[in-house]
Design a protein around this ligand. Structure first.
Ligand code: HDD
Length: 715
């Protein structure tokens, strides 16, 4: 029975705006600040007069047993006892934020009818959860790992989820292997070790026996595996989806996120140390940026292959271990996403958000990518364990458009659907299917035929040419980082069969790589390549390709290192200049509190307030730093071993270092940094490299500040 969406429902659909989502969430959120009832209540709404003492029997000075009758105490304890839900079976550690998505124009109309991708008048609310894969919910942020990049679009036609990663390919081709992959990478079954690491026998044993993972392993061992920030990494849908236009023509598509700030990483020594110094580094970095107004932004791109061209490539476009090189399939930038609101409460939003690759809206569909096909089953299934069958009614998961169907009941059901029918067809026409012409989801009629068997397509059998393409495309220092990372990882594998197998497999990718790693870890040193390297490279696979033309210090963490007796005018000017650049500036001193400039007696007047002392926040937590002038201050720094190490560590982590006047003397004499040259002209090329110590002669603070800006921007 055909029916049309009622005028009211249509009105509802078009009236959904970007505030709908927040309003929807707010309906369920309580803000103690503006909540009329300031008093503490039980879950069933009665005011509580005393939450500090269990009800007891008192007889004079003798207080007897706590009474089971105390419904208030019992509620408080039993709620506490049941606070934890199962963490995600992978991607347990995550951080989320709200934002919005807009397309620039309707250029994607030729591919898709999806309003979210073609209607530039819309502002679609989004929620993104970034995550690591291997570690538990409480593990550290800056481990070496793939990063999840899952985006929920609350569109007028329903929820659309792109459940992606910061790496464009994956370890396996067929979803059936995912439990094996996860078991291999997660802590080992006999001792629950390691946490937040892939450096162990089982992971490398598995990938050494699964050549299809070779390409992805290289990406994970590259600098992509230790991102400086969620805000400075790409995102990829990875799988091959389809786009369907108004004429019901179908196109294959891959989705991309490109960060405005460029793609930046830690160096390994830094990532290791930040794990211990600030396990929540990425989580705080995202919050700090949003709260400071430096909203992270990504361009949204699509790569599209018409159905007729599916077999035009030497790889199978449905194989998730392969990229679509941009010179073969151009990337079309069609929109952008901004994250501009942190969550109000972690558990109901970030912990309970649930993504599904099967959540697509009209105009977007699925290819026969075997990894995607399996994912489409798994995400629905796994949410039931974590959240129960009505997880899509939780505020964070709820669509912002009308929902009406005959799914009913199940634990924790929120929705109340009036009327006498909960089935279709029915005499009242309630909940009738919506024809595709009226916005109902169109399943594209596709011919399916063949022999039923467990098999992979012929082109799925090739595993090294794109691994070589990726490795060849890296800059020399990026290649060195892959060798170091693989050497670190395999040195943590104590079973010779594991590292011998892997160093042999690596000889299919690159002879030098295999040789270096084998020597470092005691593997089998190859005397010749197992497979000739085709030598092809493509610039878009190196992360350097994404560094913005004009580097920015926006939201970068920049420290000013001082001791008593520093030059106050310089520090004031530096802070003003860095603020102009929207950097996040911190003063680091011998103590948290007032640090007194040259000419001021301690305790008299004000100097500058140090946010942390030298031990509290080390240079690993900053992107760059500056040392102002001041004879007494430089001398005090020189007498402090922690300061000397503070600076040396930053130098070793390739960070821009600025110094003025006596600050230069401190660097050259106390810290004895190589390459410290007195450069008055900052434009000279000797100061451009970020790992050169940038030193400046004595000149006025304003110029110093402006030049520091140039330093930090790597100009
Ligand atoms: Fe997955 C979570 C990304 C393969 C099954 N996956 C999960 C998350 C991300 C990804 C970002 C966290 C979502 C969140 O923040 O809540 N997964 C990927 C990517 C893959 C991939 C980019 C390869 C292209 N995943 C994959 C396969 C399967 C799963 C092949 C199963 C066959 N993934 C799951 C899951 C998870 C999950 C078990 C665990 C928690 C959850 O779903 O909500 O269903």
């Amino acid at each position: 029975m055909a029916t049309t969406i009622s005028g009211a429902a249509k009105q509802m659909l078009t009236s959904v705006t970007d505030t709908a989502k927040v309003a929807d969430l707010q309906k369920d959120s309580i803000d103690p600040n503006d909540n009329l009832n300031k008093g503490l209540t039980t879950d069933y709404g009665i005011y509580v007069s005393d939450t500090d003492n269990w009800l007891k029997a008192q007889d004079g000075s003798r207080v007897g047993p706590s009474l089971l009758e105390d419904q208030i105490a019992r509620e408080k304890i039993h709620r506490f006892d049941h606070e934890r839900i199962p963490e995600r079976v992978v991607h347990a550690r995550g951080t989320g934020a709200h934002g919005y998505f807009k397309v620039f124009d309707d250029r994607a109309k030729k591919y898709t009818s999806a309003g979210v991708l073609t209607d530039s008048s819309r502002t679609t609310p989004t929620f993104v959860r970034f995550s690591t894969v291997q570690g538990s919910r409480g593990s550290a942020d800056t481990v070496r790992d793939v990063r999840g990049f899952a985006t929920k679009f609350y569109t007028q036609e329903g929820v659309w989820d792109i459940v992606g990663n910061n790496i464009p390919v994956f370890f396996i081709q067929d979803a059936i292997k995912f439990p094996d992959f996860v078991h291999a990478v997660k802590p080992e079954p006999h001792n629950e070790v390691p946490q937040g690491q892939s450096a162990h026998n089982n992971f490398w044993d598995f990938v050494g026996l699964q050549p299809e993972s070779a390409h992805m392993v290289l990406w994970a061992m590259s600098d992509r595996g230790i991102p400086r920030s969620f805000r400075m990494m790409q995102g990829f849908g990875v799988n091959t989806y389809t786009l369907i236009n108004e004429k019901h023509e179908q196109f294959f598509v891959k989705f991309h996120w490109i960060p405005e700030l460029g793609v930046h990483s830690f160096v390994w020594d830094e990532a290791l140390k930040v794990c211990g110094q600030d396990p929540d580094f990425h989580r705080k970095d995202l919050e700090e940026a949003i709260h400071s107004g430096a909203y992270p932004k990504w361009k949204f791109g699509i790569q599209v292959i018409p159905e007729a061209n599916e077999h035009d490539f030497d790889f199978d476009i449905l194989d998730a271990t392969k990229v679509w090189p941009e010179e073969l399939v151009p990337l079309e930038i069609i929109g952008e996403m901004v994250l501009n609101k942190t969550v109000d409460e972690f558990f109901p939003e970030t912990e309970q958000v649930a993504f599904c690759t099967a959540h697509v809206v009209p105009g977007i569909g699925f290819s026969d990518d075997p990894l995607l096909q399996g994912r489409n089953f798994s995400y629905f299934d796994t949410q039931i364990t974590r959240l129960g069958v009505n997880w899509q009614e939780l505020p964070i998961n709820r669509p912002v458009c009308p929902v009406l169907n005959h799914n009913r009941d199940g634990a924790m059901r929120h929705k109340i659907t009036k009327g006498q029918v909960n089935y279709w067809p029915n005499r009242l026409g309630v909940g009738a299917p919506v024809p595709t012409s009226q916005g109902g989801y169109a399943d594209i009629a596709t011919k399916v035929q063949g022999i039923k068997q467990r098999v992979r397509a012929p082109k799925f059998q090739e595993h090294f040419s794109q691994a070589q393409l990726f490795y060849n495309s890296l800059a020399p220092h990026e290649k060195q980082h892959v060798i170091s990372a693989m050497s670190f990882e395999l040195s943590h594998c104590d079973d010779p069969i594991v590292f011998e197998t892997y160093t042999k497999l690596a000889a299919n990718i690159d002879f030098e790589l295999a040789k270096q790693v084998a020597i470092n870890v005691g593997g089998i040193v190859p005397d010749k390549p197992t497979r000739a390297n085709h030598g092809k490279a493509t610039p878009t696979l190196s992360q350097l390709y994404y560094n913005p033309e004009k580097p920015t210090i926006k939201s970068r963490r920049i420290a000013i290192l001082v001791a008593d007796g520093f030059n106050l005018a310089e520090v004031e000017a530096l802070r003003a200049a860095l603020k102009v650049g929207m950097a996040t500036t911190f003063v680091i001193g011998p103590r948290r509190g007032w640090i007194y400039p040259a000419g001021q007696v301690a305790g008299k007047g004000t100097g500058v307030w140090a946010d942390h002392h030298y031990e509290g926040q080390r240079s690993t937590l900053f992107d760059a730093f500056v040392i102002p002038s001041g004879a007494e201050h430089a001398q005090k720094l020189a007498q402090n071993g922690r300061c000397i190490h503070w600076v040396r560590e930053a130098f070793g982590h390739l960070k821009p270092i600025g110094a003025i006047g006596e600050g230069v003397v401190f660097l050259r004499e106390a810290v004895q940094l190589p390459g410290v040259s007195l450069t008055s002209d900052l434009s000279s090329d000797s100061v451009v490299n970020s790992y050169d110590v940038v030193t400046v002669g004595k000149y006025d603070a304003g110029t110093a500040a402006a030049d520091t800006l140039k330093i930090a921007q790597g100009e």
